[in-house]
Design a protein around this ligand. Structure first.
Ligand code: ATR
Length: 277
């Protein structure tokens, strides 16, 4: 029986066991997906011991993604772009790492709004943490000519900009609303809007009607940002799809079958989010 798991500190709130458990069951695969609370100081040893413990690999969540990246023997382009890994698998005993947040976000965006790519306008990314890096990488890979990044702490936006080069430009946090009016896609990767974290105020009164607003926050599923965008007739992309799609490549690596993100899976997670709200 093949085994995988998710590690993080804390780990109780992870929905990954529910997602992978759904796929194992619906695909009739005899396998298991567990969760383990692993302290940062124990993460290196845990990852090195994956094979001996019988695991095909694991997901890695906060705050262990950078450690997983450092431990890995082989890193794919997505992990290198973000300097963090959320998906680990073993290949002849070697620890391989990927960051599937890029894939998760871009797949969800493209599935929800296939014609999102407009060549005449920049994309605006709010925030400069690991999720922002993954998403900036995704837009650049997709051929977006200019990605603007705005972050409360400007130095972090600047370092992200230096990492990716001339196609990424820094916008002062005080000017993000103005930059939003010029953007084709606006993505919130900050934690603002998350339950108990205040809300991101943005005035969409004069927004171009083609503007797309995405949020990676999924608790609540409809953030104040998304509901304001929707009230102004703009198209929106929620954060749950990224969570569901980022799980696909790992499952395929560990269990050998590429799973589907179905309406049924989404409904299962939505019900769980609502039950714990
Ligand atoms: P992750 O790696 O998961 O993306 P992170 O590194 O903790 O998470 O990043 C959180 C992001 O939310 C950061 O961009 C952070 O801004 P700072 O770099 O200035 O800390 C942003 N953020 C969190 N709370 C915020 C707030 N109240 N106002 C503006 N930005 C906020």
């Amino acid at each position: 029986m093949r085994k995988a798991c998710v590690i993080g500190w804390p780990i109780e709130h992870s929905r990954s066991p529910m997602i992978h458990g759904y796929w194992l069951k619906s695909l009739g695969i005899e396998g298991s997906y567990e969760k383990h609370a692993v302290r940062p100081q124990d993460a290196h040893a845990f990852l090195r011991g994956l094979g001996n413990a019988g695991y095909a690999g694991c997901n890695v969540t906060v705050p262990l993604k950078e450690i997983a990246f450092d431990v890995a023997d082989e890193k794919d382009a997505s992990a290198i772009a973000v300097s963090a890994a959320n998906t680990i698998w073993l290949d002849n005993g070697r620890i391989c790492a990927a960051n599937t947040d890029t894939y998760g976000f871009m797949t969800h965006l493209t599935t929800t709004i296939p014609d999102w790519h407009r060549r005449d306008r920049p994309v605006l990314v709010l925030g400069a943490g690991g999720a922002a890096r993954a998403i900036v990488h995704g837009f650049l890979e997709a051929g977006v000519g200019e990605v603007r990044v705005s972050n409360r702490t400007k130095a972090r936006a600047q370092s992200l900009c230096e990492h990716f080069g001339a196609s990424v430009k820094v916008i002062d946090w005080d000017h993000h609303s103005q930059a939003a009016r010029e953007a084709s896609v606006i993505v919130n990767t900050t934690t603002i809007g998350m339950k108990g974290q205040g809300s991101l105020e943005m005035d969409f009164t004069n927004a171009d009607e083609q503007t797309i607003v995405a949020d990676i926050v999924y608790v609540p599923l409809e953030t104040a940002l998304l509901s304001s965008a929707r009230a102004h007739g703009l198209r929106t992309v929620d954060g749950l799809g990224m969570l569901l799609h980022q799980a696909v490549p790992g499952f395929e690596k560990w269990f050998g079958v590429r799973p589907q993100v179905t309406g049924e899976l989404r409904a299962l997670i939505v019900a769980d989010l609502e039950a714990s709200a």
